[in-house]
Design a protein around this ligand. Structure first.
Ligand SMILES: NC(=O)c1ccc[n+]([C@@H]2O[C@H](COP(=O)([O-])OP(=O)(O)OC[C@H]3O[C@@H](n4cnc5c(N)ncnc54)[C@H](OP(=O)(O)O)[C@@H]3O)[C@@H](O)[C@H]2O)c1
Length: 204
């Protein structure tokens, strides 16, 4: 299963490194084009390919959006993401770093509205990239990553990869309720927690 990572900045390049380290092939796309990804692809080796966003959307079996929130609307070709798992790992911040207000909706519900053909899962948005780089292989209790979404099978696919990367996958519920728990302003955002700690926060 090839994962397509859209956005290869701090978090996207970190995810690419740990996926490749776990033996998973990746295709990578950014804004400036594949020719700018030479050093990262050289570092990652033959399991990684630099492509355009369109190519990534068509070639990958599942995609992760790791671009600024406002860049994601209309970015993926709709035909390419039909019935495909798309992970929304983005956080919607407004001015001065304040979480954006979507009138009670989770930011992932906005993304789902942009890509109604896709099987959207909110995941990989809560953990700082420095932590993501090392936590999956660190000794001790696994840290939690979360899945929120309305498609059970899609969540299972994301749970499989989170587990393979060395994390405890915690289901937070629907795209609406789980998304709100996971996004900035929610109790699970940017707070490294073990599975037990995460479940305690969710049940409060
Ligand atoms: N930083 C974290 O620890 C962290 C953790 C979890 C989630 N997130 C979320 O992940 C997203 C990215 O954060 P980041 O910190 O990695 O940002 P970043 O370092 O600024 O990287 C952003 C990436 O998005 C790409 N990009 C921007 N517009 C694009 C477009 N129209 N088409 C294709 N690629 C585009 C950029 O391409 P170029 O390289 O060509 O400019 C860059 O690779 C944000 O939504 C953030 O909230 C971040």
């Amino acid at each position: 299963m090839t994962w397509g990572i859209i956005g290869t900045g701090r978090i996207g390049s970190t995810l690419a490194r740990i996926l490749v380290a776990a033996g998973r092939p990746v295709v990578l796309a950014n804004a400036r084009g594949p020719h700018t990804l030479g050093p990262l692809v050289a570092e990652l080796g033959p399991a990684a390919r630099a492509v355009t966003v369109d190519e990534a959307a068509h070639r990958a079996d599942a995609l992760v959006l790791m671009v600024p929130f406002d860049s994601a609307e209309g970015l993926l070709p709709r035909d390419a993401v039909r019935d495909k798992v798309v992970v929304d790992a983005m956080n919607a911040f407004g001015a001065a770093g304040v979480p954006r207000d979507f009138g009670g909706r989770a930011s992932s519900e906005i993304v789902a509205g942009w890509y109604p053909q896709a099987r959207l899962v909110k995941s990989l948005n809560t953990m700082h990239f420095h932590t993501l780089a090392v936590a999956g292989t660190a000794p001790g209790d696994r840290l939690a990553h979360y899945v929120a979404g309305d498609d059970t099978k899609a969540k299972e696919i994301v749970v499989e990869i989170l587990t393979a990367l060395g994390f405890a996958a915690v289901d937070t519920g629907s795209l609406h309720s789980g998304g709100i728990l996971q996004q900035p302003g929610g109790p699970l955002f940017n707070r490294p927690l073990t599975e037990a700690q995460a479940l305690a926060w969710i049940s409060r």
